[in-house]
Ligand binder design. Structure first.
Ligand SMILES: Nc1ncnc2c1ncn2[C@@H]1O[C@H](COP(=O)(O)OP(=O)(O)O)[C@@H](O)[C@H]1O
Ligand SMILES: [Mg+2]
Length: 276
């Protein structure tokens, strides 16, 4: 985070009509902002619009997807007339599908490389929930491991003594050596903490998509990302006596006076625009 107390906060405009006004003109540069909501509430399109607007304004962006192939993500954008193929050819927009069929994926090394190559300033990560579900495919820093005691003595020593030591394969998430799974909840929390923490190091301004927890006591499925992220935007379907409205509201944005009122929105042929 490049924030100095007392100085003016540098803000990144999403360019999504009606949204930047809710957060004093934009997202503070370098922030991690969660987009939380159930499927179909508009998170992917919001994220794409943020990147397209950035690309058109001279800030390169990357859409990182764990689940959907690039062509599907792009086809969603093309419905709104966003010429993502041209922006991609011009190097202003990149699409990165993380292949989940290969084990031992070094996600943060891949992202760091891509961000450098693309000179990206904006990033959308879709999604934290998919990352947690596929956790066994990734290698993660040992310090975040759910069960560091399973690591060999050598590995533990390396992690303690060598500050540059970053990655070790994580044991199967949430299972102790007997295969019992009672550590699972604890592990998932650490996983989201890890992603938010690692993402902060890139200097990009990130939208992290995740799923809303249904009927739980927390907002997100992992129950922790809303605390560790810098901002949270909630997407919902709201039943206003017969009519179902899509709504968005900012419930958290550090260093920012927010307008927390829920805004309804619709998809026009140009994408999302929030009602005043
Ligand atoms: N061109 C469009 N016009 C109207 N609604 C659309 C259009 N494109 C997508 N939608 C709506 O947006 C939903 C998908 O939005 P999306 O951003 O993919 O949601 P999420 O990522 O939250 O699952 C679709 O289910 C559909 O209802
Ligand atoms: Mg989506």
């Amino acid at each position: 985070m490049n924030l100095v107390v007392g100085e003016k906060v540098e803000r990144v405009k999403t360019g999504i009509p009606g949204f930047d006004d809710l957060i004093q003109g934009g997202i503070p540069k370098g922030f991690n902002v969660l987009l939380v909501g159930q499927p179909g509430t508009g998170k992917t399109i919001f994220g794409m619009q943020y990147l397209v607007n950035g690309a058109l304004a001279g800030e390169n962006g990357i859409y990182v997807s764990l689940d959907s192939p690039n062509e599907i993500v792009k086809s969603q954008a093309k419905q709104f007339g966003w010429d993502v193929d041209t922006l991609e050819k011009e190097g202003k927009l990149s699409f990165l599908k993380i292949p989940l069929d290969k084990p031992k994926i070094n996600l943060f090394d891949i992202l760091e490389e891509e961000i450098k190559a693309a000179k990206a300033q904006r990033l959308v990560f879709d999604s934290l929930a998919d990352f947690a579900i596929n956790i066994d495919q990734f290698v993660i820093p040992l310090a975040y491991s759910a069960l560091p005691s399973i690591a060999s003595e050598d590995e533990q020593r390396a992690a303690q003594n060598d500050k540059t030591y970053r990655y070790e394969v994580m044991p199967t998430l949430g299972q102790d050596p007997q295969g019992r799974v009672f550590y699972r909840g604890h592990s998932e929390r650490r996983i989201s903490y890890l992603v938010v923490n690692e993402m902060q190091k890139f200097g990009t301004t990130n939208l992290l998509i995740t799923d809303e927890s249904i009927g739980g006591q927390h907002l997100t499925v992992d129950g922790v990302s809303e605390y560790v992220s810098d901002g949270v935007v909630m997407f919902e379907f709201n039943d206003t006596g017969g009519e179902i409205l899509r709504t968005a509201k900012v419930i958290k944005m550090r260093n920012t006076k927010i307008d927390p009122k829920m805004r309804s929105f619709d998809f026009s042929e140009k994408g999302i625009s929030l009602e005043q």
